[in-house]
Design a protein. Structure first.
Length: 231
């Protein structure tokens, strides 16, 4: 369980508990009939789910409480954001959209969405407020660990990261299409801008992944040996 606490300038505290290991069964929606949560409402163009089998978008159902709480809040409003995990605690003074981007990214990555859930391991080992460089390092590492296990199972691994590039293109499309849902659930811009940051991040990584990996390449070849070290 990972907990996010937002303390707004007016003293209000919003607390969200995210079970990143939640099961595969969809919970009932909190509000019946909300159009923006239905799968067919601006369904992502690359969504593999069928409207005949799934009435609601799994991501929309997971974020509905967050979207409801922040629907009237402006993105630039300041907040104290505390994140509690089993191992440690994080704290950041920031605008609401920065905290929301981190929270929504966690919820979406641990959701039942067939596209987003590919990186559920990153949600398990969540890093709040991650930078672009940290995100690229973590996603690349996560993807390569998966290739290691595939190779151990006798499946040809993707050491060129072609699948990772495709994932980011798919992620970019999901975030772009999901903006329409969030727009219907919001009156102010905090939710929208948080998703827009995720969209910008996915677009940036999709376009510059190889270039940004080259930027960190020296870390692995300058002054490092093959001997194990303690960091």
């Amino acid at each position: 369980m990972i907990v996010y606490e937002f303390t707004l300038k007016n003293g209000e505290v919003y607390r969200f508990e995210v079970d990143v290991a939640r099961g595969s069964n969809n919970p009932p929606p909190r509000k019946d009939g909300a159009q923006w949560k239905q799968l067919g409402y601006h369904q992502c163009t690359n969504c593999p789910l069928s409207k005949d089998e799934h009435k609601y978008c799994p991501v929309a159902m997971d974020i509905e409480e967050v979207a409801e709480r922040f629907k009237n809040i402006l993105s630039f409003e300041k907040a104290d954001v505390r994140v509690l995990t089993k191992e440690r605690e994080y704290f950041k003074k920031c605008d609401v959209q920065t905290g929301l981007k981190s929270l929504l990214g966690l919820i979406m990555a641990s959701s039942r969405c067939p596209t987003l859930s590919q990186f559920k391991p990153m949600a398990i080992y969540h890093l709040p407020f991650a930078t672009v460089e940290e995100t690229i390092y973590r996603t690349s590492g996560t993807y390569l660990i998966k290739q290691y296990f595939l190779n151990k199972s006798g499946i040809q691994p993707d050491m060129q990261l072609q699948g990772l590039e495709k994932f980011y293109r798919d992620l970019q499309q999901v975030n772009k299409d999901f903006m329409h849902r969030i727009r219907a659930a919001s009156q102010s811009d905090a939710n929208l801008n948080a998703i827009n940051i995720l969209l910008s991040l996915s677009a940036m990584v999709a376009l510059t992944l190889e270039e940004r990996l080259e930027d960190i390449k020296p870390l692995f070849f300058e002054g490092l040996s093959n001997a194990p070290v303690e960091v």
